[in-house]
Design a protein around this ligand. Structure first.
Ligand code: ATP
Ligand code: MG
Length: 246
């Protein structure tokens, strides 16, 4: 077996100056955070997390809000660096991390598709061949030449996943975002993710929908309080998570 994602003692802290944008508001509504900001402290997102994922495995990250799931995905996607420890990722990654992430509000749906498909590694010729299929998948035909600032959140999710559905990644990373799509679209996405799985794509998946997690994933990583609480076969980790939440 070949491990394609490897976290070794990974810790990520966000420097608190990231919050300075909210300025006075932050000081009024979140004085404790504003004060630690002035004292130059940082905010812990994940602490000393280690695991390995093998090629072709489907793995979910579960845990409460703020546990550190999206941060872990961001580290795999390479949009940020760990504060300490090492993150190893082998292969081409396609990710859907946040709504409209990587999209430009003033560009149309079609233009955003082009932009993202190229960023995800499609060649121009491949894009030309697949553009119709992407638009078809998105179910956004009537809106495809409108700027995406007029899109609803469900429509943005559709646009984002439609591009993903037609690229050829080695590793697929999906954060929550699909939950804003209607149920018919969610079902279509789950089928697409399963097709990727059958093709041997490694999948890293975050969802609060444990039925989806059970459906798609072989293993689950439960993150609690920024640390790895349990890792193992899906149904057993889900069972302990449910018990702890009850
Ligand atoms: N840009 C940031 N600056 C400072 N702190 C952040 C930032 N992003 C996340 N955090 C903090 O890091 C911790 C982990 O956040 P993360 O987004 O990874 O959680 P999550 O498990 O994805 O939660 P959710 O289920 O709500 O999506 C949280 O406590 C959060 O407040
Ligand atoms: Mg998250």
């Amino acid at each position: 077996m070949e491990s394609v994602i490897e976290f070794r003692n990974v810790t990520k802290r966000y420097p608190l100056y990231h919050h300075i944008g909210s300025g006075i508001k932050e000081l009024i509504f979140n004085p404790r955070r504003a004060l630690s900001l002035l004292s130059g402290r940082s905010y812990l997102a994940i602490e000393d997390i280690s695991f390995e994922i093998q090629k072709g495995e489907s793995v979910a990250l579960i845990g409460r809000n703020g546990a550190g799931k999206s941060t872990s995905l961001g580290l795999v996607a390479g949009v940020m660096k760990p504060t300490s420890g090492t993150v190893k990722v082998i292969g081409r990654v396609a990710s859907m991390l946040e709504l409209g992430g990587g999209f430009h509000p003033e560009l149309t749906g079609r233009e955003n598709i082009r932009l993202n498909a190229i960023l995800l590694g499609l060649r121009r010729k491949e894009l030309k061949n697949r553009l119709d299929r992407i638009i078809e998948f998105s179910e956004l035909k009537e809106f495809i030449d409108e700027p995406i600032r007029v899109y609803s959140s469900g429509m943005l999710a559709k646009l984002g996943f439609s591009v993903i559905s037609q690229v050829d990644p080695d590793i697929l990373i999906i954060d929550e975002v699909l939950a804003v799509g209607d149920i018919a679209f969610q079902r279509k996405c789950m089928e697409t993710i399963n097709d990727f799985k059958k093709k041997g794509v490694t999948i890293l998946f975050v969802s609060h929908n444990l039925a989806d997690v059970k459906n798609i994933c072989d293993r689950v990583i439960w993150i609690e309080d920024h640390k790895l609480r349990e890792i193992g076969e899906s149904s057993s980790v889900i069972a302990s998570y449910k018990e702890a939440m009850a």
